[in-house]
Design a protein around this ligand. Structure first.
Ligand SMILES: [Zn+2]
Length: 67
């Protein structure tokens, strides 16, 4: 039971370093699930939805820097 420890004690999140300061991605050092923060500052599971969201922001900011 890989996730049992996380279920009992909670995830041990560490920040995955990203170049963009606006986007924060976390990874649990125990179960290696990925998490991120939503618009309300809550930790949420990093899903395909967020991946797309982050890609959008990344492209958006890159365009701003280049223009
Ligand atoms: Zn975990």
């Amino acid at each position: 039971m890989k996730h049992l420890r996380c279920k009992i004690r909670g995830h041990n999140l560490s920040l995955v370093s990203k170049q963009l300061i606006h986007i924060k991605e976390y990874e649990c050092t125990h179960c290696h699930q990925k998490f991120t923060k939503d618009g309300y500052g809550r930790i949420v599971k990093f899903t395909r939805y967020w991946e797309k969201n982050h890609e959008f922001f990344q492209n958006h900011f890159q365009k701003q820097i280049l223009s």
